[in-house]
Design a binder for this molecule. Structure first.
Ligand code: BGC
Length: 799
């Protein structure tokens, strides 16, 4: 790792699945794993995969005698194939069948280029070198390109090159899903468009999304495109061009493969195949396309980069995280109807579904590219009708968003899943994570805080907040004995606990996080009355059928929600009855399985159940300290008539730290965050684990199936907001840096309410430079004092 680059200087087949995920190139519209151009899916080392934002398809599989329907994230035709051989009597190039003299692969994040240098000797003693470069254009979302510089090092002779588009792919990237149906594509057409251009047209078999790809392949013996002998072969789902030419020892030639990709989900198109072919004719050379691509990335980095002066490792990994975030959510999504998949556009894990991980992802976007958060919130807004249907079906009012969302916003969580450890199909009740709806309301509010986007709040945001508040007020039931409201049959963020050990009913009662979030949403909805004009409020109430009685109930709940505590202590119980669970033998299991464990799978394979133990998969109660400042939380609890003192926060952190297995990469983010002020050393050690979640694949095999975007964005946000103490409250942007020594010096740019602010922080000083903005001055608070910043202002503070 060096600054802007991730480099691999030897070929390690066992590492290839991880490298493919980490070297994925994408532009928000589509992405392709960093598989080698000459490779095909072999279920072990290589898995070329191409994924389209919003590219879903449903299939029904028979599992344990049941029909199970899954909405999958389709693996689209592979546009990469490029290979060579010496004659039609010889085999196509295969890295495993030659002697590698040198190998180097480099992900250049600055230019978003994947490069590979190969120098090898074949069985006949011929030495060849190939230098390949590849990008997925950030300038034109429909374009990708590969360049090969091919050198016959010690031989002269014929060479046959193959450039293809392969549509016979299936979804085969996640071993656990292999027992399920996986053929999503039906081939429609293949053919030749121009002498150097071929095309492929496919369609998904259920959602009927069409994709056309066109590939133009040219060979240059510098400086001119040279005449090669060309043959086109086509099958129903595959098209290739074979190019033959004579090579002179020591003389390189260049091959360019430029690809266009259009789908029936696109705007401003007529027919996908026509558009793919028409537009490929208009494209310039590899070098010209690369220049445009680089310029687009430099604009993005200009907004989003973050500099750590004295920690190279953290610097590079944080850049990698920003890089993958921008490849999943780029400015191209602004006009698209897509959400942000938890595992990026990088693999098939979790089927490209959208979870609450947005909560960890949006804060970074809010302060750099808020237009993207707005687009991603609109994905939720467009799915309000489905959320209303889900609420109604479950007997509630308002909008209940699904735990896992895909194309339409119906619940996409699986009802049973395969435990790879035991081979058993196990019931899955994690869809009871109703807290996701609160997360969505929270995201709307945070976006508004960062942007003051009244138009969005008025026309979409408030409708979501009101309808979600209405849902919470109807799922909450009044318990006259306690004189408090309760919420039953839910699952909290900790997915290990889905029911009580002695019960047959799924769900738990009074998950503290859920109950407090419900109150927060209702308060937020009530607070919105002070911002919106009355006529808009009455329009919305009329549309959503919100009555005065409903409001009465909202107000009542916001003072009388039940929050469980453990006995007489100040420890918030994760859910009611948590204290009755057994203590877990942590030492024994940590010795065997290490720090991060999937205890649900381990215990099930041992005939036990994690539901019986005080053992959490991830932060649950601590989520409250992650999302709210002490002041906000103490106020919330105070309003509910519970006494929570600042010192109790620490006790809660210690209690749950000892009972969490970090079986989700999100967990360490939260643990690092909640310690950021009180214990910088422990915060940093948690941060370090979160930081390497993907580069070191700490969950043991999950990253190859897709990166963990929540953890990636979460680590960047930890530096951006956690360690700078950034908080937007009462129309003031508060800063209170507490940098860990390991960071030393931090440089970043933030977009806040239409302005750009530059922050330079060290452990001793904070400098704020206020660039030009398009709206009025803003208030920035440092260590309790509020300052007004206008264009050109610069101030320095002692920390
Ligand atoms: C975590 C969830 C998360 C999901 C997708 C699960 O392992 O428990 O909190 O939303 O992964 O990232």
């Amino acid at each position: 790792m060096a600054d802007w680059k991730i480099t691999y200087d030897s070929w390690k087949p066992e590492e290839q699945p991880l490298r493919e995920a980490l070297c994925t190139l994408g532009n928000g519209y589509f992405a392709t794993r960093g598989a080698a151009e000459e490779s095909t899916d072999d279920e072990k080392v290589n898995y070329p995969g191409t994924y389209l934002a919003g590219g879903y398809n449903r299939l029904v599989s028979k599992v344990a005698d049941r029909d199970i329907e899954n909405e999958d994230f389709v693996n689209w035709p592979n546009w990469l194939p490029l290979s060579f051989r010496h004659s039609d009597e010889e085999e196509w190039f295969d890295l495993e069948k030659v002697e590698l003299i040198s190998f180097r692969q480099e992900l250049d994040m600055k230019d978003a280029l994947l490069k590979r240098w190969l120098h090898f000797r074949d069985k006949a003693g011929r030495e060849t070198s190939i230098y390949s470069k590849r990008f997925v254009s950030m300038a034109d979302s429909h374009v990708a390109a590969i360049e090969w510089e091919f050198t016959p090092v010690n031989w002269s002779g014929e060479v046959e090159l193959r450039s293809a588009l392969g549509g016979s792919v299936t979804n085969n990237g996640v071993p656990r899903y292999r027992k399920l149906k996986s053929k999503h594509l039906e081939p429609l057409q293949t053919g030749q468009h121009k002498e150097d251009t071929v095309f492929l047209l496919v369609q998904t078999n259920q959602s009927k999304i069409r994709m056309a790809q066109a590939a133009r392949t040219r060979v240059y013996v510098e400086p001119i495109a040279c005449q090669v002998q060309r043959d086109t072969h086509q099958k129903q789902d595959y098209v290739e061009q074979l190019l033959r030419l004579y090579c002179e020892q020591g003389h390189s030639f260049r091959l360019e493969k430029v690809v266009t990709l259009y789908t029936s989900r696109d705007f401003a198109i007529s027919e996908v195949l026509q558009d793919a072919c028409l537009n490929i004719d208009r494209l310039g050379s590899f070098t010209q396309l690369l220049e445009d691509h680089k310029r687009s990335w430099s604009r993005l980095w200009n907004r989003c980069d973050l500099g750590l002066a004295c920690n190279d490792k953290a610097q590079t990994i944080l850049r990698l995280h920003i890089f993958h975030l921008l490849q999943t959510a780029s400015p191209h999504i602004v006009s698209m109807d897509v959400g942000i998949p938890a595992r990026g556009l990088h693999g098939e894990a979790y089927r490209g579904h959208i979870f609450w991980d947005e909560l960890f992802i949006f804060p970074f976007l809010n302060l750099h590219l808020p237009e993207l958060t707005r687009a991603l919130l609109r994905y939720r807004f467009h799915r309000l009708p489905e959320a209303r249907f889900l609420a109604e079906e479950a007997g509630y009012k308002g909008a209940m968003f699904p735990w896992q969302s895909g194309s339409t916003g119906r619940e996409e969580s699986q009802v049973i899943h395969l435990n790879p450890k035991s081979g058993n199909w196990v019931k899955d009740d994690t869809h009871l994570q109703r807290h996701i709806s609160a997360g969505i309301a929270y995201n709307v509010w945070q976006y508004f805080q960062a942007t003051e986007d009244m138009e969005f709040l008025t026309f979409a945001g408030a409708e979501m907040i009101f309808d979600i508040a209405q849902f919470w007020s109807t799922i909450a039931v009044y318990n006259p004995k306690r004189e408090r409201y309760e919420i039953h049959h839910v699952v909290g963020p900790d997915e290990y606990h889905t029911q009580y050990p002695d019960s047959d009913e799924p769900g738990l009662s009074n998950n503290a996080y859920t109950n407090v979030m419900a109150v927060w949403v209702i308060q937020c909805a009530l607070g919105t009355f002070d911002i919106l004009d009355e006529s808009r409020i009455s329009e919305l109430f009329q549309k959503l059928n919100i009555t005065d009685d409903d409001l009465e109930r909202w107000r009542d709940i916001s003072h009388k929600m039940f929050v469980p505590f453990i006995g007489d202590s100040n420890i918030i119980a994760q859910f009611e009855g948590y204290e009755n669970l057994l203590d877990f033998p942590w030492d024994k299991y940590k010795q065997k399985y290490g720090e991060s464990m999937r205890l649900d799978r381990i215990l099930e394979s041992e005939g036990d159940s994690v539901n019986r133990y005080k053992a959490s998969k991830q932060a649950d109660v601590l989520m409250l300290f992650y999302l709210f400042s002490y002041d906000e939380l103490l106020k919330l609890f105070g309003q509910l008539n519970y006494e929570l003192k600042p010192e109790n926060v620490q006790e809660n952190i210690v209690y749950y730290e000892q009972r969490t297995s970090h079986g989700s990469t999100l967990s360490k983010i939260v643990h690092s965050w909640v310690l950021a002020r009180s214990d910088r050393k422990r915060s940093w050690s948690n941060f370090e684990v979160a930081l390497v979640s993907d580069v070191e694949d700490v969950q043991g095999g999950t990253t190859p199936e897709g990166i963990h975007l929540g953890a990636m964005a979460g680590t960047v946000d930890l530096v951006q907001r956690g360690y700078t103490g950034l908080e937007i409250r009462d129309n003031v942007l508060w800063l209170d840096p507490a940098l860990p020594e390991e960071i030393g010096c931090l440089n970043l740019q933030l977009r806040y309410r239409g302005h750009w602010l530059r922050l330079q922080a060290t452990t001793q000083k904070l400098k704020i430079t206020f660039d030009r903005g398009w709206s009025k001055e803003v208030q920035v608070g440092v260590k309790g004092v509020v300052y007004t910043f206008r264009t050109g202002d610069e101030r320095e503070f002692d920390i």
